[in-house]
Design a protein around this ligand. Structure first.
Ligand code: SGN
Ligand code: CA
Length: 509
């Protein structure tokens, strides 16, 4: 009964006929730490990502897509539940276990007759429920010969490169695993492009002749921004020579060289020989020249960018494989393809790698979509959307009811090309993982189209206020300046309203 009602509801929103098999499928591809600066449909300075660009060219590119908490596990919990961290109770990667007895959108899709699958990085410290098929990486997973956890709880090491294997498993389920009489939703969640950026060996030589442009804010002095002064995610200072930069010689001891060796230890001996051969000349040259200061910082930046771009190349290839499969299988016309990341990332802006801050690079996330039949919108979407919106969007698309307690809002009106007058004017954000790796203080805040107010707390309490139009790089904290007092006060009122709306009580204002 419910499924029938759902089918007709879906048909009201799309041009489908009355049978529920025609409800749109959903392919949700998510990467880890991939950022718009490294996608040519957003930014042409650094890399060429032809397959990702195919999605944007045929569909939509969101230029104001954001996360609610810029960290892996929390972001995934927000996506599954459609709720902010304060309501799904997965606050940080250190110690939290996701409570899968909660309502999640895959379970609700199953209730209305969808087949659901989840492959790759889950990072919620629990085995998933709500999926007809799943196969996940333990924790962060590995790039080389990765281990997977299967539905029966057993673990198996698979030979090959993680991005290829996740795609292989996804395509296998699409072709042979699912019940083809039902619509489906598959979540293809990659490890790429997460630290420490280990490329497929066939791409080791890519980008070696490219010199990437150094971001204007690379030498930021963090004046007026206390939390930025305290962070430990500075390329020059905090990137490990062995683990991150790979300038490692047998016997070298750095903070993370042991971890690096354990990752390389996963390679088969022949592959290890290829890897070592590639790095030998580079490493000898590096240690001979022994760069320091500014020169070392720039060297680290270039190695970082190159490794990230190489890992991304495999990702782009594999997104292309999924798009090709959908077309060949005749599934492309009735499938929503979403490509996003669990958050944005710093590619040297402010001198940083990593994420966490409510600043633009890491609060933003790339989001592109190829729409199913019946949705004619194309081009750029500028409205502010957030990762809590996926759940209600997918549910509405499937004709399922959206639970009232979800915080997100369905994006379907935007996908249909409507210009909803009451679209949200502000976004709430809250980051909790502190003290922890990279030492980004706890903070919450509000972002409007033009302004941002951030409240740091827990280890000192202070506000920051930015005018994103005049200062898009967020270098000038205007909090405390008389001429901005009224504006900052009005954002405080809005922030308090959002905290009330979402039930967020942690930290003081
Ligand atoms: C690991 C990384 C960190 C990264 C976190 C969270 N360190 O701990 O640099 O911030 O993951 O990333 S590493 O030495 O293990 O590479 S997240 O995307 O999973 O949230
Ligand atoms: Ca991540």
């Amino acid at each position: 009964m419910l499924a029938l009602a759902a089918a007709s509801a879906a048909c009201a929103t799309t041009s489908c006929n009355s049978d529920k098999a025609a409800r749109p499928n959903i392919v949700f591809i998510m990467t880890d730490d991939h950022t718009a600066q490294m996608m040519s449909c957003y930014d042409t300075r650094n890399v060429h990502t032809p397959n990702l660009d195919r999605i944007a060219e045929d569909g939509l590119k969101f230029t104001n897509a954001f996360v609610a908490n810029s960290l892996s596990g929390p972001s995934r919990a927000c996506i599954l539940t459609g709720k902010h961290s304060c309501a799904n109770h997965f606050y940080s990667n250190s110690g939290d276990v996701f409570d899968f007895s909660q309502t999640t959108f895959p379970k609700l899709l199953q209730d209305v007759g969808y087949q659901t699958a989840m492959v790759g990085k889950l990072h919620l410290e629990a085995n998933p429920t709500g999926f007809d098929y799943w196969e996940i990486l333990p924790g962060q997973g590995d790039y080389y010969n990765p281990e997977f956890i299967r539905m029966d709880g057993s673990r198996a090491v698979e030979k090959g490169y993680v991005t290829d294997i996740i795609t292989d498993k996804s395509l296998e389920w699409l072709e042979n695993g699912r019940d083809k009489s039902k619509p489906f939703c598959i979540m293809i969640h990659h490890k790429a492009t997460h630290r420490n950026w280990l490329p497929d060996l066939k791409y080791l030589n890519e980008y070696e002749d490219v010199t990437f442009p150094i971001p204007e804010t690379f030498n930021d002095d963090y004046e007026g921004r206390v939390a930025a002064q305290r962070q430990e995610m500075n390329i020059a200072r905090d990137m490990d020579i062995a683990y991150d930069i790979k300038m490692f010689r047998e016997g070298d001891k750095t903070r993370l060289s042991g971890l690096y060796q354990s990752y390389l230890g996963r390679l088969d001996p022949e592959d290890r020989a290829v890897y070592d051969e590639f790095y030998k000349g580079l490493t000898d040259d590096f240690h001979e020249k022994n760069p320091e200061g500014e020169e070392l910082a720039k060297f680290k930046f270039q190695r970082y960018m190159r490794d990230y771009a190489k890992v991304l190349k495999s990702l782009d290839d594999n997104v292309g494989r999924v798009l090709d499969y959908l077309r060949e299988a005749g599934l492309d016309r009735n499938t929503l393809v979403v490509y996003t990341s669990d958050q944005g990332f710093y590619m040297g802006e402010h001198g940083w790698f990593d994420k966490r801050f409510m600043y633009e690079e890491s609060m933003h996330t790339p989001l592109i979509m190829k729409l199913p039949e019946g949705f004619d919108r194309r081009g750029v979407v500028t409205e502010m959307v957030q990762n809590i919106d996926f759940a209600p969007t997918f549910l509405e698309l499937a004709g399922a009811e959206v639970p009232e307690e979800m915080h997100g809002v369905s994006l379907l009106p935007l996908l249909k090309g409507e210009k909803p007058e009451n679209w949200r004017k502000s976004l709430f954000y809250h980051f909790y993982e502190y003290p922890a790796e990279h030492m980004v203080m706890r903070h919450f805040g509000v972002r409007t189209e033009r302004y941002k107010l951030i409240r740091f707390y827990g280890d000192g309490e202070f506000y920051e206020f930015y005018d994103l139009e005049n200062d898009p790089a967020e270098l000038h904290n205007l909090y405390g300046q008389a001429e901005y007092e009224n504006l900052a006060d009005s954002l405080k009122v809005e922030l308090a309203r959002l905290r009330e709306q979402y039930g967020d009580t942690e930290g003081t204002m």
